[in-house]
Unconditional design. Structure first.
Length: 246
């Protein structure tokens, strides 16, 4: 049974989370404010933390910052107000793993938890957060883990740049495929912007496939959709690229 720490200053919400997460099989640790949450994290060191952002005293962003400073691998999911993309972006810049909006739906919570569990599993297996593969239609940058600017070096083969390391792909478009379990922080978004600009500078069409709806909102708010078309699936993105280069 995996432990999860839940931090929220609203008691009814905290009780709701405890009941739901216990039903999902988690050992739930609760804290009623940021200070108590940090103390509980020190005692228990759970692999998963769920924290509200807006709390009196030590708010969720500061909780996130301190937890990540102590334990970078801990999966921290933050709870934001409905449609508050600015706070979500701030949390991702502090390396939050994911975010969900209030009012919380069970489906959104379970999706965020599943994504975090998959990332924990990938980390244990030492999987790379991004790989490059080639299809008949495109160079595909597959993002499967936590992607940040620090991983730009992984997008090369034998020291050769992303767009020249395989024969016969000199004019292929670029498809960035963000998997269900991926997480992208602010540095990762900046890195993606540079990669897209590089591809566009070579005259390549670029499309992004991203099933998680919350990250599609972030990509739009960050301006990536001004550089590349955004789609819900790899199939839709591939069809859009075919239409553009056909």
């Amino acid at each position: 049974m995996r432990s999860i720490l839940v931090i929220d200053d609203e008691h009814p919400t905290l009780v709701m989370f405890a009941l739901l997460l216990e039903a999902l099989g988690y050992d739930v640790i609760t804290a009623a404010d940021g200070a108590a949450g940090l103390a509980a994290f020190e005692r228990h060191r759970p692999a998963l933390v769920l924290t509200d952002i807006k709390m009196p005293g030590i708010d969720g962003l500061e909780v996130l910052r301190r937890i990540k400073a102590q334990s970078p691998a801990t999966e921290v999911i933050v709870i934001t107000g409905h449609g508050d993309v600015d706070l979500a972006m701030a949390a991702l810049n502090l390396k939050a793993s994911d975010f969900i909006d209030k009012p919380i739906s069970q489906a959104a919570l379970q999706t965020a938890l599943r994504r975090s569990e998959e990332r924990i599993g990938r980390l244990a297996a030492s999987d790379n957060p991004a790989q490059v593969r080639h299809t008949a239609d495109a160079i595909v940058l597959e993002i499967t883990g936590t992607f940040s600017g620090a991983f730009r070096c992984d997008l090369t083969d034998a020291g050769k740049p992303l767009f020249t390391h395989a024969p016969g792909v000199t004019d292929k478009p670029l498809l960035i495929n963000v998997s269900e379990c991926a997480s992208i922080n602010g540095a990762g978004i900046t890195s993606l912007g540079r990669i897209i600009q590089e591809a566009r500078g070579q005259g390549r069409a670029v499309a992004i496939a991203c099933p998680p709806e919350n990250f599609r909102r972030v990509f739009t708010a960050s301006g990536l959709t001004r550089l590349a078309s955004l789609h819900e699936s790899e199939m839709q993105a591939t069809q859009a690229l075919r239409a553009r280069v056909g």
